[in-house]
Design a protein around this ligand. Structure first.
Ligand code: SAH
Ligand code: SF4
Length: 356
């Protein structure tokens, strides 16, 4: 059977080369070709012997997910729809800003966690993405964007905030993260790679031990009764335990804070009392806040908070000493904003989605 080398992190690629009787440094050379230069044809890997190129061509391939569509928004945001077979597709978004370029990557086809305000959650769950499908999103974006004439990176940050709950596809996500961090692949620093989770506590602990990148936690509510409704996984992993897990993570984290994401939904979680309760909840956790205006989608039943409500909410957090950013909505003309990523999810069988 032909193996897809995009599925292998550095360790597995080195093992593969040793199994086929080649020196480990060959693995590094191939890794650079594949990831750094976006090469998918062994024949073009000019510093490998012709015989090795032919041997690799016989037994392996470099197969990223298939590109279905590339969309450009008026503000420079780009979105790629990638086919992952079986009529399923996932979305990847690039958001250029003055001092950085952020790529937002998906980890699953759909999501099993059914947060009530999330379009991906409403679509149901089909399956986990493979390593090749996760890292393949960066592979495509890198190829499409290239680098600045001075060699400066265009993609400086990666956030796992696309479709899916990354920590429920743990092993594949960790292998993909390892490739993002590897100097022979994408060479990003741990501080510039962020995993966003709805709060899968045991996997947060494992991530801290295995691959401590920056962590964002989707909070969205200051108390359990409300969070149980908005983020149903809260019934399994309630807020008190989640705060304790955040403190444990900080001991490993490359940044000395956790980012709390909070979607502002009109009349649901956005009044002054909510903000004060939130301050009490997180006061012992070194953290920053990212307030995200709710992005509507058909049939969501929710609306975006009023500007004045967001400002009052923000002021209460800031008065309590927190750094607060309000996320600008980007790329809405191509449905590329947070929670609007829908891709295409067929056959929502919900296999192995939610932990028992
Ligand atoms: N499953 C992970 C990562 C993907 S969602 C998580 O939940 O953290 C990325 C972020 O987008 C999360 O903070 C999520 O709550 C937010 N989001 C989901 N739907 C949204 C919507 N309709 N409007 C604004 N943000 C949304
Ligand atoms: Fe899944 Fe995150 Fe959407 Fe919740 S917000 S349904 S965890 S993708």
């Amino acid at each position: 059977m032909t193996v897809n080398l995009l599925d292998f992190d550095a360790e597995r690629l080195a093992d593969f080369f040793s199994e086929i009787g080649e020196k480990p440094f060959r693995a590094k050379q191939v890794m650079k070709w594949m990831h750094r230069f976006g090469e998918s044809d062994f024949a073009n890997m000019s510093d490998l012997a012709k015989s090795l190129r032919a041997k690799l061509g016989d037994m392996a391939e470099i197969r990223p997910p298939e590109l279905v569509r590339e969309l450009d928004a008026a503000d420079g945001t780009k979105k790629w729809l990638l086919s992952v077979g079986g009529d399923n597709a996932v979305e990847t978004v690039f958001i250029p800003e003055a001092n950085r370029g952020t790529l937002c990557i998906s980890s699953q086809v759909g999501c099993a966690l059914e947060c009530s305000f999330c379009s991906t959650g409403r679509q149901g769950f089909n399956r986990n993405l493979s390593v090749a499908e996760i890292v393949g999103q960066l592979w495509w974006a890198n190829r499409a964007l290239g680098s600045e004439p001075g060699g400066e990176r265009i993609i400086s940050n990666v956030v796992m905030m696309g479709m899916g709950e990354p920590l429920l596809n743990f092993e594949n996500v960790v292998s993909a993260l390892n490739l993002m961090l590897d100097d022979s692949a994408y060479g990003l620093s741990r501080r510039r790679v962020t995993v966003s989770t709805s709060g899968v506590i045991p996997a947060m602990d494992r991530l801290g031990e295995r691959c401590p990148v920056a962590l964002a936690v989707s909070l969205h509510a200051p108390n359990d009764p409300l969070r149980d409704v908005l983020v149903p996984i809260n019934r399994k992993y309630p807020l008190k335990e989640l705060m304790a897990a955040c403190l444990r993570y900080i001991e490993h984290a490359p940044r000395d804070f956790i980012t709390f994401e909070y979607v502002m939904i009109d009349g649901v979680n956005d009044n002054a009392a909510h903000a004060r309760e939130l301050v009490e909840l997180v006061k012992n956790v070194p953290s920053k806040f990212n307030l995200i205006p709710f992005n509507p989608f058909p049939g969501s039943g929710y609306g975006r908070s009023k500007h004045a409500a967001v400002e009052t909410f923000k002021a209460i957090l800031m008065d309590a000493g927190f750094v607060v950013t309000t996320r600008k909505t980007r790329g809405d003309d191509i449905d590329a904003a947070c929670g609007q990523l829908a891709g295409q999810v067929r056959d929502k069988t919900k296999r192995s989605g939610v932990p028992a």
